[in-house]
Design a protein around this ligand. Structure first.
Ligand SMILES: [Zn+2]
Length: 183
């Protein structure tokens, strides 16, 4: 399975909306396998299709490394055609980062829980509630499918703080420990 190069800020594909997948064809399955491989290779906890230059409405994740001792773990999770149908619970602020914006992290406030309708690894429809780290990663990856990045939530002041970093990434000058798509 090949490791796919990761698309970095400010590539236009990261701003496009994705299209639902119609069936779990061998091509799509092979693409999903590559996404998992790419995510693990880059030590990421989640990866959305636009981050490897595809507009399939798919993301993969494995938030187990981030789980607190008392939190439920899920192992690898696959979300095909996800829709967040409800957000609930307290608003929680946590540090976020993104493989497409290497070495930039900042605090983002999001709801504690989400209810997601999606298709699983057998293309069967599921509706499930998630909380904790899993809900956090789901919301971050889901945003990618809508062309939204975590830095969009930052204040103008905080964005200015990251301006030189973002410029460096945009120009393709930032070193990463994983393959990225050349600028
Ligand atoms: Zn991201």
């Amino acid at each position: 399975m090949p490791i796919l190069p990761i698309v970095t800020y400010n590539d236009p594909v990261l701003r496009q909306k994705t299209t639902p997948v119609e069936a779990l064809t061998p091509e799509i399955q092979s693409f999903i396998n590559d996404m998992f491989e790419t995510m693990y290779n880059s030590d990421g906890v989640g990866l959305a299709a636009p981050q490897v230059g595809s507009l399939h409405r798919i993301f993969v994740m494995d938030a187990d490394p981030m789980a607190d001792e008392d939190e439920e773990t899920f192992g690898p999770l696959l979300f095909i055609n996800p829709e967040i149908i409800e957000k609930k619970g307290d608003k929680i602020t946590m540090d976020e980062g993104c493989l497409s914006i290497p070495e930039v992290t900042d605090k983002v406030t999001r709801p504690e829980k989400v209810v997601v309708n999606y298709r699983d690894d057998k293309f069967e429809e599921q509706t499930k509630e998630f909380d904790g780290w899993v809900a956090r990663v789901i919301q971050h990856e889901y945003d990618h499918l809508e062309g939204v990045l975590f830095i969009d939530y930052l204040s103008a002041f905080r964005r200015r703080m990251h301006k030189s970093d973002l410029k460096e990434i945009d120009k393709g000058l930032r070193e990463t420990s994983y393959p990225v798509k050349p600028k």
